[in-house]
Design a protein. Structure first.
Length: 523
């Protein structure tokens, strides 16, 4: 069983992470938690954890300081970083020191579980990434020498045996990928895979023939090469890679992209050269350049998750009020997703899926959507992950939602009074605040007695009953998302000052108090 230490300066986040996954099922055990970097380093010394899940920005010592310490001490611990914001300089440093994964908060259960499994595989092979098991006599056997803890004199011997220059040369990692929409490739999957295999093999043969490189690792979707040139020929690599891509595209009709990693003069940095090439190649999802150079990657961030939440709220409101600008609000949400999650395809995809499913649930509170509508919608959402670039994902979402909202949502909204929709939206946006009949009637410029009868006449529900219903729905959602939250914290989150009255109301709705509900459902 693998041992785990979790570090974050927010105790609620630590609680949430501990409750988020089934640690035993993942063959892991949480043996400690830390609130700052100094405490984490002490626990690393005392407990020697296999896996560390840590916020990258903590008091006293940052996550980068911690992973530097692990590298300096030659420890085998694998690190998964969490961050509340995307920062490329952090990501680059984390990459250099061998981080397993760099996840943006709020992290999902799926993302965390996949990262833990990735760390376990790395520990089993004593590597920092997933590796293929190759014939020990092949050129790719060098991959383990490059990426594991070999003594560098042994690495030199292996390179000399292969005829790879070990002096007066610089080494550059290049990662090639065949670009194809997964949805299209499914129709001729075997044909596409055979073509991709052939092209990757041709790239290898080309390098061997010219005696300027070799294949470090070939995967289903990627071909990872190491090229070597004289120390004054660093510009040659870009010219050669572009020419190679043009040749393969012309001869085989397959579109290629490549990531060029960090150039190094030392064999001791080959692991970084390989990893930076893979990192650059994966950025094709966000910027459709045929060749992406790691040293030229530069991204500045001007927005936060608060901006995204505001944009999403404005989107829902615009749809409910039939504002002609709702499509512009959707575009803004998608642009923010692309910026906030730039560099992490999985997280960007997850955020798009979350946006679409949350929007479906939200709109379902205001209009009737039948099972067929929902089924078609969910089928569309499931295809998001099969799209090759974020630009195409945005175009698909905009096109689909424009039709869905105009034809399905607006036609069903027609039966509800516009003022009632506005009231419902206001309540759902402000359920955590103090809301009463007087404040609400003033907000909508109505006499409070008229407001009460108007609301009941149009909805068939008492205003207070509707408010409680919304608060209980939100309470259950929060409980499912963060089962480590206390009853008092949960009550405050949904607008109750008195935890006892909240607990009683929760019991009326769900048959159990929040505490018992968590126990019964093993949360």
């Amino acid at each position: 069983m693998f041992s785990v230490v979790i570090a974050d300066d927010e105790p609620l986040i630590i609680k949430g992470l501990m409750k988020m996954v089934d640690w035993e099922k993942l063959n892991t055990q949480v043996i400690g938690t830390s609130r700052n970097g100094e405490q984490l380093i002490r626990q690393i010394d005392e407990m020697s954890p296999d896996i560390i899940i840590s916020d990258i920005s903590m008091p006293h010592q940052s996550g980068i300081d911690v992973i530097k310490y692990i590298n300096e001490k030659g420890l085998k611990s694998k690190v998964i970083f969490l961050s509340a914001f995307q920062e490329f300089e952090y990501a680059k440093q984390a990459l250099r020191y061998g981080v397993i994964e760099y996840l943006l908060k709020p992290v999902t259960k799926e993302e965390l579980e996949l990262s833990i499994i990735k760390a376990e595989r790395a520990l089993k092979d004593n590597l920092s990434l997933e590796y293929l098991q190759e014939d020990a006599k092949s050129a790719q056997a060098v991959f383990k020498a490059v990426t594991s803890e070999y003594e560098y004199q042994d690495l030199y011997k292996k390179f000399e045996q292969m005829g790879v220059p070990t002096s007066d040369a610089s080494y550059t990692g290049v990662c090639f990928s065949a670009v194809e929409d997964r949805g299209r490739a499914e129709k001729n999957r075997s044909e596409f895979e055979l073509l991709r295999f052939t092209v990757f093999k041709k790239i290898e043969d080309h390098a061997v023939k010219r005696k300027n490189g070799f294949c470090l690792k070939r995967e289903a979707d990627f071909c990872n090469m190491i090229f070597f040139y004289g120390k004054n020929q660093e510009e040659t690599i870009l010219t050669d890679v572009k020419a190679l891509i043009r040749t393969m595209e012309r001869e085989y009709g397959i579109r290629l992209t490549a990531g060029i990693g960090k150039r190094t003069d030392s064999l001791s940095d080959l692991k970084f050269a390989y990893k930076t090439a893979a990192f650059a190649c994966n950025l094709y999802y966000f910027k459709q350049d045929p060749v992406i150079i790691y040293d030229r990657i530069n991204k500045e961030y001007h927005h936060s998750f608060d901006d995204y939440n505001e944009a999403y709220s404005a989107l829902v409101k615009a749809i409910l009020l039939r504002d002609d600008m709702w499509l512009d609000q959707l575009k803004q949400c998608l642009e923010l997703i692309g910026e906030l999650h730039y560099g992490n395809r999985v997280v960007a995809e997850n955020r798009c899926v979350a946006l679409l499913m949350e929007l479906l649930r939200e709109l379902g509170n205001y209009c009737r959507l039948d099972e067929e509508d929902r089924h078609k919608y969910e089928g569309f959402v499931s295809g998001i992950r099969s799209v090759v670039t974020f630009q195409k994902v945005k175009a698909m979402i905009l096109r689909y939602l424009e039709q869905f909202v105009e034809k399905t949502v607006f036609s069903n909204l027609g039966n509800e009074n516009e003022t009632i929709r506005g009231i419902k939206f206001y309540i759902r946006e402000n359920y955590d605040q103090e809301i009463n009949l007087r404040s609400l009637s003033q907000h909508f410029f109505m006499n409070q007695y008229y407001f009460s009868s108007f609301f009941k006449q149009k909805t068939g529900k008492n205003f207070k009953d509707y408010l409680v219903e919304v608060r209980m729905q939100k309470a259950l959602e929060l409980l499912l998302e963060n089962s480590g939250m206390s009853t008092q914290e949960l009550a405050r989150k949904v607008g109750y000052n008195d935890a006892k009255s909240f607990s009683e109301k929760f019991r009326q709705y769900y048959g159990e108090s929040p505490v018992n509900y968590k126990k019964i459902n093993k949360m």
